[in-house]
Ligand binder design. Structure first.
Ligand SMILES: [Cu+2]
Length: 139
């Protein structure tokens, strides 16, 4: 009788371990699902298909025309050589920081809409003074 009792306890412990192990396994599996990172639509961290370096100074961009294919991941490094500027792309809602001479900032996004989109400097009246260019996204 005593022998049977201890055997029952061992079986109970084994069952308990299986249940705990199973619960641990399931909770571990649930943890694998990473939360979706919050980011601006269109902004992507994928490897870029097209990389550009655009120089900014009063009051122009160089180059002032960027050409990509629809669907490309576009990376633009904006280098400010003189003055205080930023670079925005109209229609894509992307924008670098406003930076001082000697600084640079990078934007990256997926060009998922075809068309011609103005890029411009949003500081003061720089755009009106000629700090403007275009991003051409070909179908
Ligand atoms: Cu500017």
């Amino acid at each position: 009788m005593k022998y049977l009792k201890s055997q029952t306890i061992i079986v109970a412990i084994v069952i308990l371990l299986v249940v705990i192990g199973g619960a641990w396994y399931l909770s571990g599996k649930g943890g694998v699902q990473a939360p979706t990172p919050t980011q601006t639509p269109g902004i992507t961290l994928d490897q870029p298909d097209k990389t550009f370096e655009v120089e900014g100074k009063p009051f122009e961009f160089n180059p002032k025309e960027l050409k990509v294919k629809k669907g490309d991941v576009v990376k633009i490094t904006f280098k400010n050589t003189q003055g205080f500027h930023d670079l925005s792309v109209d229609g894509y809602n992307v924008k670098t920081k406003q930076i001082q001479a000697g600084e640079s900032d990078t934007i990256q996004f997926r060009a998922d809409k075809a068309g011609t989109f103005p890029m411009f400097c949003g500081v003061g009246t720089h755009r009106q003074q000629g700090m403007e260019g275009v991003l051409i996204v070909e179908e």
